[in-house]
Structure formats: structure tokens, C-alpha cells
Design a protein around this ligand. Structure first.
Ligand code: HEC
Length: 239
């Protein structure tokens, strides 16, 4: 009986470990970041670059929010996110939020809507820009980061730009001027902040979830000691 209990405990722990490993592998986005063919015909598979995600870095999240509000909500909505939640979680004073970061509404309780009607955009671009609230969970942080860094000039496209990750993307290279002004390193950092913000937006409690998860596992491990001793005590006279 005792052996059985210990075995099932071991199996339970293994299962929990396995589930954690699988979920982090899934979150890391097991899929690549697209394929393309070089001019000489060789096929190249693009590896995703690692997005610098750190939801405890408020400065990075604030810079990301600023870029998102200034460059993305013209076309994209983020319909599950309220401006007031951004202000609260990212510690942005509501007055500053209202003054600088509320582009498409003047009510701080409103969700983020796109400035331009989606049907009109579908006509303009040939594809409607998807809602971005959950984008990093759909595609993975690294995919979104790599996508945003993979625009290149292509005169054959309507907006003069194309994308290595999403071939013939209908989205123009909206950060083009920023890229030119900032230089490679600073530009990549700014895009990193943007994706960090998008990761926060897709799951505001992501950091807390991990911390609580670690505590719960630690608690269970500590609980194991008295439970094991009790088990020994209860069964010691039973053969
Ligand atoms: C001028 C309008 C416009 C702006 C501004 C814009 N986008 Fe887009 N975006 C689009 C369109 C249109 C698509 C659809 C592309 C396609 O499917 O070919 C798209 C697609 C995307 C996708 C890929 C969605 C998917 O899963 O296929 C991401 C990610 C994205 N945009 C992020 C951003 C971010 C971040 C910004 C701000 C820096 C931004 N976009 C600004 C029009 C825009």
C-alpha cells in the first residue's frame, strides 16, 4: 500500500513537471517564423528572434503603450483592453493617459477601438487588420517581434514594403520612419518594448500567474513532508 502511494505521488509530480514543460514549449511558439526563397533559389527558413518580455519592467511597458497608441490604433483595435486598465496596471497617471495615450476616445473606461472603420480598411488594404488584444497569444511573442522587425523595401507592393515573416503582408511598414531615425539597436529595443506591452495586453496577469504557480508548487512540495510522515504513522501497525 505504502509503495503504491509513493509511486502515485511520484507519477503526480512527473505529470505536473511534464505539463509545465509542455506549456512553456507551447508558449515559446514551437513554429518557425516563415520561409522564403533567395534570389539564387535557395530556400531559407527564418528562425524567430527572442522577444525581450519582462512584465515587471514598467518603463518598458509604458514605452510600449506609447508606441502602440501612436502607431497602431489608427488601424488595429484592441477590443478587450480598457484605457483605464492600462493606466492602473502600468502606473500611468490618468491625466497623462488622457492627454497623450487616448487616441480614439475621450472616455478612459472605453476599450481600444481602431480609428478607421474595419470594412473601409479591408477595401483599402485587401485585408482587415485583426484585433490585437490577444495577438501574442495567437502567434507567440517571438513571432510578433520577428514580424515587426522583418519589413523590407519592395517596390512591387502597393505600399512599397513587404515582410519576410508574413509574405505579401497587407500592412504597410508603419515604423519605417522610427527605424530610420533610431538606428538598429535602439529601434529593436523600441519594438521589444512594444511587443512587451502587447504581451501584457494579451495576459495582464501573466507575471502573477507564474509567481503564484511557483508558490503553489513549493507549498505542495513542503506539504509532502508531513503527509508522507503521517502516511507512515497511519500505516505502521497495519500489515
Ligand atoms: C495602416 C494600417 C495599419 C497600421 C497603422 C498597423 N497595421 Fe498591423 N496590420 C494591418 C493590416 C491591413 C494587417 C493584415 C495583414 C495581412 O493579413 O496581410 C495587419 C497585420 C498585423 C499583424 C499580423 C496579424 C496576423 O496574425 O496575421 C500584426 C502582429 C500587426 N499588424 C501589428 C501591428 C502593430 C504592432 C502596429 C503598430 C506598430 C500595426 N500593426 C500598425 C494594418 C495596419
Amino acid at each position: 500500500m505504502k509503495a503504491f502511494t509513493l509511486k502515485s505521488l511520484g507519477a503526480g509530480l512527473l505529470l505536473a513537471g511534464g505539463m509545465m514543460a509542455t506549456s512553456s514549449a507551447l508558449a515559446a511558439g514551437g513554429h518557425g517564423c516563415g520561409e522564403f526563397t533567395e534570389a539564387d533559389g535557395t530556400k531559407v527558413t527564418l528562425e524567430c528572434s527572442k522577444a525581450p518580455i519582462d512584465l515587471t519592467n514598467k518603463g518598458s511597458l509604458q514605452r510600449g503603450a506609447q508606441t502602440f497608441m501612436n502607431y497602431c490604433v489608427g488601424c488595429h483595435s484592441a477590443q478587450y483592453v480598457r484605457h483605464s486598465r492600462i493606466a492602473k496596471d502600468l502606473e500611468i497617471p490618468p491625466e497623462l493617459m488622457e492627454k497623450y495615450l487616448m487616441v480614439t476616445t475621450d472616455q478612459i473606461g472605453d476599450h481600444i477601438t481602431a480609428e478607421i472603420d474595419l470594412d473601409t480598411q479591408a477595401l483599402w488594404f485587401g485585408a482587415a487588420p485583426p484585433d490585437l488584444s490577444l495577438e501574442t497569444r495567437l502567434r507567440g511573442d517571438d513571432w510578433v517581434y520577428t514580424y515587426l522587425l522583418s519589413f523590407y523595401e519592395d517596390p512591387s507592393r502597393p505600399w512599397g514594403s513587404n515582410n519576410l515573416v508574413l509574405a505579401n503582408a497587407a500592412m504597410p511598414h508603419v515604423l519605417h520612419n522610427m527605424q530610420k531615425e533610431l538606428g538598429k539597436e535602439e529601434y529593436e529595443a523600441r519594438v521589444g518594448d512594444l511587443v512587451n506591452f502587447m504581451a501584457w495586453m494579451a495576459e495582464p496577469v501573466r507575471h502573477e500567474r507564474k509567481v503564484y504557480g511557483a508558490f503553489v508548487l513549493l507549498f505542495l512540495l513542503v506539504l509532502l513532508i508531513p503527509v508522507y510522515l503521517l502516511n507512515k504513522e497511519f500505516w505502521k501497525d497495519v500489515k
